[in-house]
Write a protein that binds this ligand. Structure first.
Ligand SMILES: Cc1cc2nc3c(=O)[nH]c(=O)nc-3n(C[C@H](O)[C@H](O)[C@H](O)COP(=O)(O)O)c2cc1C
Length: 184
């Protein structure tokens, strides 16, 4: 009987360790805006694949006009006057997540207006927020520091992901894994 207990003890302890490591896996939400679910959407999907997190596409309440000229005028006005467009629907319960990967296209060197709306609308305090952006050659600009400025009480990781265009994201699996490990 006594021998049985001695043999079983390490097994029980090991099982406990495995169980504990499973329960500390951070819960991940990947929230992003992308005009036509294009470049930033590609990065978001790569992060979801690498993290197993949930995905949420930020949408504006009034869709942007399909006509290029009209849309450009509206975007210019929103950017110049820093108008935060109302958002459609409701994001998943933020309280249920530990890490929010937050994605935006770069607009005039800053976060897109809908992502600013998202930061204004939802309380992300206490959450680890990791920005990712896509651009067309101008780089990430001030986007990461925008998140840090707008996200009250968040733990913003300004070592974000920046992508020129969309498509395949070389190295993103390693990057995501590094972020998840850092959170354990
Ligand atoms: C209004 C507006 C402003 C932009 N400003 C910049 C910029 O400052 N720098 C840059 O590299 N790209 C800029 N771009 C290009 C987008 O950041 C780029 O195409 C991005 O990958 C689009 O992502 P999406 O397909 O997810 O919307 C701008 C695009 C728009 C519509």
């Amino acid at each position: 009987m006594r021998i049985k207990q001695i043999v079983l003890l390490p097994v029980i302890l090991f099982a406990g360790t495995v169980n504990a490591s499973q329960t500390t896996q951070p819960r991940v939400l990947v929230a992003y805006f992308s005009m036509q679910d294009g470049n930033t959407g590609d990065v978001a999907r790569a992060i979801v694949d690498a993290s197993g997190g949930d995905i949420y596409r930020i949408m504006v309440a009034e869709p942007y006009p399909a006509d290029d000229k009209v849309r450009k005028e509206l975007l210019t006005q929103q950017i110049e006057q820093n108008i935060l467009p109302p958002l459609a629907g409701q994001a998943p319960q933020i309280a249920e997540y530990d890490i929010i990967f937050l994605g935006s296209p770069v607009w005039a060197n800053h976060l897109s207006q809908p992502v600013k709306s998202f930061l204004a609308k939802y309380d992300l305090s206490g959450k680890t927020v990791i920005p990712f952006v896509s651009h067309s050659g101008g780089g990430r600009g001030k986007t990461f520091s925008d998140v840090a400025e707008m996200c009250d009480g968040c733990i913003v990781d300004t070592d974000g992901w920046s992508s020129w265009g969309g498509g395949r994201q070389r190295g993103i699996v390693k990057w995501v894994q590094k972020k998840l490990n850092a959170h354990q």
